[in-house]
Design a binder for this molecule. Structure first.
Ligand code: Y12
Ligand code: CO
Length: 176
């Protein structure tokens, strides 16, 4: 398990760098990211969230069954992504392992196309819509140093800040 960097840590604002070495160290890091994401009930994780500012993200969407099981067979490892096409708009209530206990509606493109590399450096293309498209856009924003709360309207951002301050106060009073 890798520790997750949480808001308002400034490390989340770093712009991630391109991956150039597709070696055993990268593979082991990807495996650690998967373990961390699954153990924290995440469906997407960017490397910057575990303090590695490199262009790596992983996504494992839950099955449609009642348990929402996540299978490694459905894991997507996306390295050095570039969005090549985007269209439409959609709104979804997003959450983030780096902003625990806060969920809010965010507007994103409905459909995207991207190029990326897999863990071996092989060039890949992907067209995504639905939850996968939303998750990819959320994680690519992390690579650019952006959190989903930065996409909220003024009023919803204020609501977040109020809730965040309330949670900080609660935690402080629990400790004393
Ligand atoms: C749609 C919208 C956003 C994404 C980005 C990936 N987001 C996540 O994986 C969020 C995970 C998450 C998990 C939580 O559970 C635990 O921490 C145990 C959670 O709960 C709390 O904060 C208490 C919040 C978010 C993909 C697709
Ligand atoms: Co996130």
């Amino acid at each position: 398990m890798l520790p997750i960097v949480t808001y308002p840590d400034k490390r989340l604002k770093l712009v991630s760098k391109e991956v150039t070495a597709f070696d055993a160290a990268l593979h082991s890091f990807l495996d650690d990211m998967f373990e961390t994401m699954i153990n924290t009930n995440g469906i997407g994780l960017a490397a910057i969230q575990v303090d590695r500012p490199v262009n790596v993200l992983i996504i494992c969407l839950p099955n449609d069954d009642e348990e929402g099981t996540q299978e490694k067979a459905n894991l997507l490892e996306i390295i050095n992504p570039k969005i090549t096409h985007q269209e439409g708009t959609t709104v979804y209530q997003e959450g983030c392992l780096s902003v625990p206990k806060f969920y809010e509606d965010v507007e994103r493109f409905e459909t995207i196309a991207l190029t990326y590399q897999d863990r071996h450096g092989k060039a890949c293309t992907l067209e995504a819509d639905g939850l996968l498209s939303i998750a990819i856009q959320h994680e690519i924003d992390h690579l650019l140093g952006k959190l989903f709360i930065e996409k909220l309207s003024y009023g919803r951002r204020k609501k977040f800040e109020k809730e965040y301050k309330r949670m900080q106060k609660e935690q402080k009073s629990k400790k004393s």
